[in-house]
Design a protein around this ligand. Structure first.
Ligand code: GLP
Length: 241
């Protein structure tokens, strides 16, 4: 894994946006895997700035989001669907039909997951996958002890994740207990992967991700098995490596 340590969150955002822009410059119709959470917000803002300055064109870009809460409709303010439109998509010239998000209120879970995998394949696979990381090492919503080859599927969220994500809901009871997520097997099929992490809070899990034994107990350690991963972190997240 290539580890890039920059000064602070702002520099992570600038560098990550530059790497995404390079990808799109090299291949106009790049397929991007996108993440939610606090960490990539600065990168999305910087990509919007680049778009406004005419430095980047999203008209042929195709996106697949990593995950979605099960039970939240796209209109729910805490759904990842809503987050992506609110934070990013509405400000750029991406075509609506090129955006793919899992349907959190599907009545056919297996069909939804299989169709998502089919669409990723049909579009030639993911060229560049952006990832954040959960405090317990989860990627997307792949919680500890997940299958190494898992595809897009429904997961039960861990107590830790429900607690961590409750800050965005009125109370912990409102946090969905399940989610749809690309599997670890889906994620590691991407050509290139960029993992973003910022702050001292992530330093322990970043240390395990980089130096620890590969184990599905810390799902992010499976990235050690991939040949094109960039871990982009700030000085605080790097304090334990
Ligand atoms: C959520 C998402 C993950 C994300 C993680 C960390 O659980 N499903 O994709 O990486 O939170 O979020 P943050 O960037 O806010 O720390």
């Amino acid at each position: 894994m290539k580890v890039i340590t920059v000064k602070n969150y702002h520099e992570i955002s600038i560098k990550a946006a530059q790497l995404v822009a390079d990808q799109i410059t090299n291949k106009k119709n790049s397929v991007l895997g996108l993440a939610t959470g606090q960490t990539p917000i600065g990168m999305y803002q910087e990509l919007i700035n680049m778009f406004k300055r005419g430095e980047i064109d999203f008209s042929d870009v195709i996106t697949f989001n990593l995950d979605e809460y099960y039970g939240l409709s796209p209109a729910h303010p805490q759904s990842y669907h809503y987050f992506m439109w609110d934070t990013f998509f509405q400000y750029i010239n991406i075509k609506k039909e090129n955006i793919h998000l899992l349907n959190g209120v599907t009545e056919n879970i297996d069909g939804e997951c299989q169709h998502y995998e089919y669409l990723i394949q049909k579009n030639g696979g993911i060229d560049l996958q952006i990832l954040g990381i959960g405090d317990n090492g989860h990627l997307g919503f792949n919680e500890p002890a997940i299958g190494l080859h898992s595809k897009t599927h429904l997961v039960n969220l861990s107590e830790e994740t429900i607690r961590a994500n409750s800050q965005y809901f009125n109370n912990i009871q409102e946090v969905p207990k399940q989610a749809l997520t690309m599997g670890i097997g889906t994620i590691i099929k991407a050509q290139k992967i960029i993992l973003l992490a910022s702050g001292r809070k992530k330093s322990h899990v970043i240390e395990r991700t980089i130096n620890g034994p590969v184990s599905t107990e810390v799902p992010a350690t499976v990235l050690q098995l991939h040949n094109n991963v960039t871990v982009l972190i700030d000085e605080e997240a790097a304090t334990k490596i």
